[in-house]
Design a protein around this ligand. Structure first.
Ligand SMILES: Cc1cc2nc3c(=O)[nH]c(=O)nc-3n(C[C@H](O)[C@H](O)[C@H](O)COP(=O)(O)OP(=O)(O)OC[C@H]3O[C@@H](n4cnc5c(N)ncnc54)[C@H](O)[C@@H]3O)c2cc1C
Length: 400
């Protein structure tokens, strides 16, 4: 049986490592960049406890390796930029364990090492097509080190090629995008805060919000958001405007927020800018054996830190399902895709809708004080419990 995975990012590496262990399965994972190229992974990630739980249930050794490269994400505090605390949540009250705080490049390093020799790096895909012999199968062509390669009769093609998935565009068409009207800037800086910044925090000035946490080794991830109409205006990216955006007008700025504002204003050249958006979820192609995972399957607003988290959850669930069916002698890739879609579809709808709803406090005209107080109440907290605990693994008691 032949399986090809496109992309050795978060979901692709988890899949490659697990599927390679199956008897009689030939796994090829094709990655565009070289193994040590982390140029597209410049910032930090907070990965939710749900990903740790899902990976822990399916690949404890890999989970331990990531844990060793991360700090625990154990607490979530929301304040105003004058220091007033609005929300202070121990994650153990809503989850079965901590999440991870990690440099994105470190997560890639650990996952790519664990995926081993089955990943071919520096591959440029030149063709993705339905196989001539059987329209449910696919064919992929690529070049590597100037040489051309082609694999025919692929029983299962797994698209783990991220947000701008070429596989999804080619096989199932462009995914419609919805914008929230919020700009987001992200930065990774050396930790010169002298202990001011550690676990996950957010600081509001009106709807304008700072977010930060410390990651190993000795860095701080800083993100800022503010409402926009259409494109992000260039004048909003200047040091003076950024200072004004986050500095409280009627009270002194807190030490934490002051340090974060200095970082954003002092590092505009290194800042990564984006507009908050989501795109439609799709787990499988309608008429051939192509499975979408991670950002290739769905894009959600980053409010609850669920992008990489769901890529891990997707891959852990999909790998567990495939391994289980394969070991039971059930080798029909179309059925696997249907079952994985059935496992993930409602869960993903919940995660996307919850992430979108939780964005209320950063929209134009939002009142972050009232909005954050709602987040201390039972309806929000019980949804967080569902998010962090109910991972939906096949044959695993995921509420235990
Ligand atoms: C700045 C920033 C900060 C973020 N912060 C968080 C956070 O705090 N928490 C969180 O959970 N998520 C966060 N996310 C989202 C998270 O990074 C993504 O959701 C996650 O990486 C998706 O994993 P994936 O496996 O689907 O894709 P990726 O990790 O993007 O991997 C895709 C892989 O496919 C490769 N590839 C792409 N096209 C091709 C091709 N044609 N051929 C071969 N290979 C290809 C890429 O090189 C890459 O290695 C953030 C995203 C950004 C941009």
């Amino acid at each position: 049986m032949r399986i090809v995975i496109i992309g050795a990012g978060v979901a692709g590496c988890v899949m490659a490592r697990r599927l390679t262990a199956l008897d009689g399965v030939e796994v090829t994972c094709l990655e565009r960049v070289t193994q040590d190229d982390h140029s597209e992974a410049g910032t930090g990630l907070n990965v939710g406890p749900n990903a740790v739980k899902a990976l822990g249930a399916t690949d404890p050794e890999l989970t331990a390796r990531v844990t060793a490269a991360a700090f625990a994400w154990s607490n979530w505090r929301i304040s105003l930029t004058d220091g007033t605390v609005l929300f202070d949540l121990a994650l153990k009250d809503v989850a079965d364990g901590p999440g991870w705080r990690i440099r994105w490049s470190e997560l890639y390093r650990v996952l790519r090492e664990a995926a081993g020799d089955n990943v071919a790096y520096g591959c440029e895909i030149t063709e993705i097509a339905r196989a001539a012999s059987d329209p449910r199968k696919t064919a992929v062509a690529w070049t590597q080190d100037g040489r051309r390669h082609r694999l025919e009769n692929i029983d299962l093609l797994i698209a783990a090629d991220g947000r701008y998935s070429e596989v999804r565009r080619t096989i199932s068409g462009e995914a419609p995008v919805r914008l929230t009207g919020v700009a987001i800037s992200r930065l990774l800086v050396p930790d010169t805060s002298r202990g001011l910044i550690d676990d996950y925090g957010q600081w509001f000035n009106g709807p304008n919000r700072l977010l930060a946490f410390r990651v190993p080794p000795d860095h701080v991830y800083v993100a800022g958001t503010f409402p926009i109409e259409g494109q992000i205006p260039d004048h909003m990216k200047t040091p003076d405007t950024l200072r004004a955006t986050y500095t409280p007008q009627h009270a002194p700025v807190s030490d934490q927020a002051g340090w974060l504002i200095d970082q954003l204003a002092g590092n505009v050249a290194d800042t990564h800018w984006a507009r908050m958006q989501e795109h439609d979820a799709l787990y499988r192609a309608a008429d051939c054996n192509v499975l979408y995972l991670g950002d290739a399957a769905h894009g959600m607003v980053p409010t609850l830190g669920q992008g990489a988290t769901q890529a891990i959850e997707d891959a852990a669930c999909a790998a567990a399902l495939i391994a289980m069916r394969h070991q039971a002698g059930q080798r029909d890739a179309a059925r696997w895709c249907q079952e994985i879609e059935a496992l993930r579809r409602d869960r993903m709808r919940f995660v996307m809708e919850f992430s979108w709803a939780a964005t209320d406090t950063v929209l134009a005209g939002a009142d972050p004080v009232a909005g954050t107080r709602h987040k201390t109440e039972q309806p929000f907290l019980s949804k967080l419990k569902t998010l962090y605990r109910d991972i939906g693994l096949p044959l695993v008691d995921n509420k235990a």
